[in-house]
Structure formats: C-alpha cells, structure tokens
Write a protein that binds this ligand. Structure first.
Ligand code: NAD
Length: 291
C-alpha cells in the first residue's frame, strides 16, 4: 500500500519503519526534521497524504490532530482511510471522522497500548473505532505494526476503550502502591505481600505483571530505578482524557478523578516527571496518614 505517515516521534518513527520494512511505500512527514529508514520524507503533511491509500497520524493531542486532519483530508482520495493511532479525546476523534466522511474518506481511531518497545517490536495492541470497511483495509497494517487489533465499534470507540482501560490501570496502580506502603508500615514483608495478593482476590496486572516494588515479582521498571516503562506524564495525559470524557458524557468517575489529581500532583508538584507511573510507591512510602 501507499502510506502517508504524519508524526514520526518516539512511537511513529518505529511504526513507519516497520511498515516500510514490510514492503509498503511510506511517505512520512513531521514538523521536526526526522528521517525514518526505508521511508521517503515529504515537505508537507499534504504532500505525504496525497494519493495515499492510508494516511496514518501519530500525534501528541486532539488539537494537533484536528489541525492536521483539516489540512490533509481535502488532499486525500475518496475511499482512502485516515488512520489515527494517537491517544486523543473521544470528541476530537468523532469530529475528525465526521469531517472525513464529508469527503468520502473513511476514518479510524486506533490508539495503541504497548509503548515504545511495542512500537519497535511490532507488537502493539490497537483499539479501533470506525466502519467495518475501513477496519478491513487497515487490518494488514495492524498485522505489521501490532499483534492484536480489536474493533470496538463506531468512530470514537477506540479512544473510549483506551481511556477506560487506562483509567482502570491508573486507579489500580495507585491501589497497589498504597497497599504496599501500608503493608510496610504494618511490618508485612513485601515478598509475602506479593505472594499472597498475586494469588488472591487483590491480584491485578499492576501487582502480577508490573509489580511496583523493586526485587519483587517479575522484572519491571521498579527494578530499573523507575525509568519508564510507561511514564507518569503519559498516565496523567490519559487520566485527564478520561475526565474530559466523563464530563462530556455525564459519567460519575470518582476514583478516576482522584487518580487524576494524584498523578497531577506527582507530575507537576513533586518528582514524578520522567519517572515510571509505578514510582507512586516510593511517593507513598515517604508519606504519613496526615498528608
Ligand atoms: P512524540 O512527542 O515523541 O511524537 C509526536 C510527534 O508529532 C513529534 O515528532 C512531533 O514533532 C510531531 N508533530 C507535532 N505536531 C505536528 C504536526 N502538526 N505535523 C506533523 N508532526 C507533528 O510522542 P509519542 O511518544 O510518539 O506519542 C504519540 C502519540 O502516541 C501520543 O498521542 C501518545 O499519547 C500516544 N502513545 C504514546 C505511548 C508512548 O509510550 N510513548 C504509548 C501509547 C500511546
């Protein structure tokens, strides 16, 4: 396929490289001067998009996605697909899909989980919103860039799935970290805590697969001085999107709200920037009940 790829950052560049390596013709564009092995670099987003079967975007946020989409959709051919893999707000995803439909361009919102490692290895998971026809066209590309693509329903539902998942993840990580900090103060050994919880009803991905306590459970960012992994800043971004969606949809998400405020404090007022999101554990360790 001929693929326009806009946004060649930490995630976009390795995804574009994998598509080129798989034999697709990739024409990339980024506002920063970035080159990608196997891809041609265009001078503008419009030039990257013109004549493409699929235009992939991997951009920082919904406002930038809306601006790029407004530029490239008029240059895209009828029947082509605009595949946004960024994590953005549900409303932006749906607005872009409507704009695309006016030009007979099919839109998919397909945010990913798996991070930079998954992008490089081609093992991302895609959560996809949009039509069956668009999903079928993009499927071979999901196979190259990832190991799984779940079609979640119409436009916006991919973003909805992503932020609901990550809201659970943020809440669960906080719960796991505060339980470890409480266990410490109660004199319960961390290994014993892990052995019990990981096989009891408190088990979770954050405990069993990504344990925030160093030296306990499988190897995780905690064993590497909390280098990300999944940065607390990105968790804060996703939690904020969950709260934007909750407000827009009139949903009551009190724990999502509390998790957002805790990660905001951690990232903006404490030392959380650039650390893994599991570094909530050393944060709780240092604190007492009154704080
Ligand atoms: P990044 O900042 O490394 O890359 C974004 C790229 O977009 C940059 O290279 C930037 O120059 C480019 N860009 C900005 N404005 C542009 C414009 N108008 N036209 C063209 N290019 C433009 O970010 P990233 O880590 O690659 O993340 C991209 C998206 O993926 C985000 O939405 C993020 O939330 C999501 N995501 C990231 C991770 C991760 O682990 N990094 C994991 C899952 C999802």
């Amino acid at each position: 396929m001929k693929i326009g790829f806009i946004g060649l950052g930490n995630m976009g560049a390795p995804m574009a490289k994998n598509l080129a390596t798989a034999g697709h013709e990739v024409i990339g564009f980024d506002t920063a001067a970035i080159t990608v092995e196997g891809a041609t670099i265009a001078a503008t987003a419009i030039a990257a998009a013109r004549g493409a079967d699929v235009v992939i975007t991997m951009l920082p946020n919904g406002a930038i996605l809306r601006a790029v989409a407004a530029d490239v959709i008029p240059a895209m051919s009828a029947g082509s697909v605009l595949l946004d893999c960024s994590t953005v707000d549900v409303d932006s995803a749906r607005a872009v899909a409507e704009q695309a439909a006016e030009r007979d361009v099919m839109a998919l919102d397909a945010p990913v989980s798996g991070g930079i490692g998954g992008a490089a290895a081609g093992t991302l998971t895609f959560m996809v919103g949009g039509s069956d026809a668009a999903f079928d066209i993009a499927s071979p590309l999901f196979d190259v860039m990832g190991q799984k693509a779940v079609h979640c329903g119409p436009s916006g539902n991919g973003q909805a799935a992503k932020i609901c998942n990550n809201m659970i993840l943020g809440i669960t990580m906080i719960g796991t970290c505060e339980a470890f900090a409480l266990a410490d103060k109660l004199g319960l050994d961390r290994q014993a805590m892990f052995d019990v919880v990981s096989t009891s009803s408190g088990y979770s991905w954050t405990m069993n697969a990504y344990c925030p306590a160093p030296g306990v459970g499988p190897t995780s960012p905690a064993d590497n001085d909390y280098q990300p992994g999944f940065a607390a800043d990105l968790m804060l971004k996703d939690l904020r999107l969950s709260q934007q969606a909750a407000s827009s949809a009139d949903a009551d998400t009190p724990l999502g709200k509390a998790a957002t405020e805790l990660y905001r404090t951690f990232v903006e007022d404490e030392d959380g920037t650039g650390r893994d999101f599991s570094a909530m554990l050393p944060r709780f360790e240092k604190r007492g009940a009154a704080e």
